[in-house]
Write a protein that binds this ligand. Structure first.
Ligand SMILES: Nc1ncnc2c1ncn2[C@@H]1O[C@H](COP(=O)(O)OP(=O)(O)OP(=O)(O)O)[C@@H](O)[C@H]1O
Length: 254
């Protein structure tokens, strides 16, 4: 896929294909400042169904900030975010999210330390679904197995290695409610998924990111859930192994 570059001066300079029907998320001219610091100044890009996009750039250029804006955890000061063509006003709301799930996998894994792996991974299902305990446990185990973890359900995060924590966070972001009539496609946003991992653990996570990215049907014939994903990273290996398209957040002076 053709690499695209953008920064505050360059946004909008990229020619886009005519057909926009496969656009899941679009940021249009997004600005964000913290106090006196202007972090994002007119960032525009589109994430299409099936894309694996990497966002690279020096520390402090706003890579995590743009992910939080896409996820609806931060509101832009100016500019717009469109989710499947619908403009989102302000922050995340149930109504905004219908039709597309957006999952953010934090750099730190952000697991609840006082909960077990089972409770962490099944959190959304315990909170929101009508499924019984047994059924949720089954799905938790299946999802953990899909990220290469077995027999860790009853451990707490403090009993896991850094790489295992990241895989548990990945499992939490891909678990879904099988009782739902329609499965919404999901865009996963990974913030530095391999930071702090050794090269072998990084490779495992990079390959998992690829493997959970299912378009169409998965090996078991279930509909694909992860339509697209975005990876913020410093690591070249992650770019090489896990993404197809690179977008760069650049400093003004670069
Ligand atoms: N909630 C906040 N309040 C104030 N400043 C913030 C906040 N969030 C981020 N910043 C600042 O905005 C800048 C961009 O932060 P961000 O985390 O998006 O950068 P990044 O490109 O992801 O950096 P890194 O690669 O080091 O993680 C930084 O200078 C950071 O200190």
């Amino acid at each position: 896929m053709r690499p695209e570059l953008y920064n505050s001066e360059q946004f909008g300079a990229v020619l886009e294909p005519e057909d926009d029907s496969d656009i899941l998320i679009e940021c249009r001219n997004v600005y964000k400042s913290f106090g006196e610091k202007d972090i994002l100044r007119g960032v525009s890009f589109k994430i299409r169904h099936g894309e694996a996009v990497g966002i690279i750039g020096p520390s402090g250029t706003g890579k995590s900030t743009i992910l939080k804006i896409i996820a609806g955890l931060l509101a832009p000061d100016k500019g717009e975010v469109f989710i499947r063509g619908r403009r989102r006003d302000g922050l995340i709301s149930d109504q905004d999210m219908s039709g597309l799930r957006i999952g953010l996998v934090f750099q730190s894994a952000a697991l609840f330390d006082s909960l077990t792996v089972r409770e962490n991974v099944g959190f959304l299902l315990y909170e929101n679904s009508t499924m019984g305990e047994e059924q949720i446990l089954e799905i938790v185990k299946e999802t953990l197995a899909s990220v290469g973890l077995k027999g860790v359900e009853d451990r707490t995060p403090s009993e896991l290695s850094g790489g295992m924590k990241k895989r548990v966070a990945l499992a939490r972001s891909i678990i879904f409610d099988i009782t739902k009539k329609s499965i919404e496609p999901e865009v996963l946003l990974y913030d530095e998924p391999t930071a702090g991992l050794d090269p072998i653990a990084s490779t495992v996570v990079e390959d998992l990111i690829r493997s959970v990215h299912m378009i169409g049907e998965d090996a078991l014939g279930k509909p694909g859930k992860i339509a697209s994903y975005v990876v913020v990273t410093h690591q070249h290996s992650t770019i090489r192994r896990a993404v197809d398209r690179k977008d760069r957040l650049a400093r003004d002076d670069s």
